[in-house]
Design a protein around this ligand. Sequence first.
Ligand code: F3S
Length: 395
Amino acid sequence: MYLTREEERIYNGEYGWAYQISMKILVKLGDLYGADRLIPIESAHISGVAYKTIGDAPIEFLRALADSGGRATVKATTNPSSINLENQLFTHLPKEVIENQGEILTLYERMGLETTLTCTPYYLERPKSGSHLSWAESSAVIYANSLLNAWTNREGGPSALASALIGKTPNYGLHRLENRHASVLVRVEMRLKSEADYGALGVYLGEILRDRIPVICGLRKREEHCLKQLGAAMATSGMTPMFYLRENDKGGKSVEEKISVDERSIKISYERLTSAFDKPDLIFIGCPHCSPEELRIIADYLKGKKVRDDIKLWICTSRYARKIAEEHVEAIEASGGRVICDTCAVITWLKELGVETLVTNSAKTAHYAPLTNKVRTALLSLEECIGIACKGMEI
Ligand code: F3S
């Protein structure tokens, strides 16, 4: 891979170890995937923040980066952590856990990252169309590529952090136009009714597509929160980094494969993502984190209702969305729901919070929560979730 003289100086350690190791990570990746050079990025988004998922191992590496002067040279935001440090709910977790999570955040802050602690950085600041990014949150990557026309590979935490420090990324994969073509045509031959249906479709497609890019036609409802669920779910069960939407299947001649999806396919996903139980301990909405508009929708559903005492209702979002949608947050909390920032039900410790069973409208959570938290889950629409939280329903 070609390096400018300045990049070579960084590579040789003239600017210190933090920049040298970051440059080495990027060059290694670039050589591995056939990049010809480094290109500037508009922003980086870093995963590897939640102590529950990363554990102790990376803390020493982060400390070494911060101690040797590593600082972000472009806008850099962070994924959620395992705890909302300001929320009473989490204060009874072990002291050591709280301290370690706090240290991770302090280290990122010392490196000049914005500890935004959200998986939806695109609500805080929308990347420019055509801009190159280095983002490491699969749901945000697929959203940026597909719905914002920003260009990013699906980075890991270390490579996104390296890009944050260097301000560049290797020019391979989705940074090149020739790699952004769809190779599969998906015809959706059924009517999807809710965001949970979109998630179930996403899980089904992700498994079939693996890392291939589809063009999806036949989706009548194209609300942003539904497409967000579709993308997040596709990137959960597969490695698909982007999708295209079309009204019809005209012009699909160049694709390698055509797939039709009907009600049976969606039913398979629902069955896989749902286990039987009497009553959920937790209704969880906000994976990926809710937008201000979703907070409004939830507040509307809750109007005139009260959440049951024996069921928790969590709505996870960013601090930004919580502030923007303050009046809806107040309405949700007045009904007995909790609007929680900085974390989510997948990456915190649910059993320690008394949760064994969970109902969600997110296929991504229904896929991951049984793995990360050993809870039983069910996937239902937002409307059904709120119905259960307030009245109780048979699952
Ligand atoms: Fe975000 Fe947690 Fe889902 S980090 S994408 S809400 S698993």
